[in-house]
Design a protein around this ligand. Sequence first.
Ligand SMILES: [Zn+2]
Ligand SMILES: [Zn+2]
Length: 276
Amino acid sequence: MKCKRLLSVPVLSVLFLVGFIYYTTVFVFIEDWLGLKSPVGILNALIFSSLAFMWLVSFAACVLIDPGHVPPTFVPDVEDGEASDQALKKNGVRSRYCDKCCIYKPPRAHHCRVCRSCILKMDHHCLWVNNCVGYSNYKAFVNLVIYAAMGCIYSMVIILNAALKKDWKYGESFPLKIFYITCGCIIVTLSLVLGTLLGWHIYLLSNNMTTIEYHEGIRAIWLARKSGQSYHHPYNFGLYRNINLILGPKMLKWFCPMEISHLKDGISFRTVRDNL
Ligand SMILES: [Zn+2]
Ligand SMILES: [Zn+2]
């Protein structure tokens, strides 16, 4: 875990934004719509506070958990047991050599130009968490997108209800209208972006695929079609097993971003072929 990753403009901007959304949703919009002294108001404030808390926990986990680096002792699997250059070339492992790190990359690992390192099961480098999203923090990232999308959609519903309930004709000042409209626009945009991102990662998760593998897959499908064959993603074991592999075997812990005890070394992965 590296705490200094927290000290970056995008990370601090996200923390400020979450704080702003939390404060306005609870102390302005819930107060305006239901009142923070009514039982329904308290219930909504509690639900939203829990979502915001889990949003922050997943965000911290995603920033602080190391995505996974290739161990210096890693040697690629070569069938004839020889790690000589010729043997590696023959087995197609040579293409998995990283010229920048001067190491062999395990399956699903890729070099990140920003981190200047090879990352295990790399998905993408995320500016907003100032970290790569890889093998060890992908679960935290999925949780972050889930809680952030849910938090924004919840906040959007509260703002809309508060705006609809308010009697705008009498006594309400112009700056308050501007404030409502600005917050509404921010939250609608965020809900759309995060909702789309959530849909995309649900698709990847259900196929046990990374963003990089999705793009590689497009080319692989095209090449396979050209030669009259079909291409299947080698790590797709079916929806339930894919979720188990990424989020863990216990359903109750799927939404705990810090719970990653089910993860192994991130160097070797079973493929559908291994199961045949
Ligand atoms: Zn590298
Ligand atoms: Zn990176």
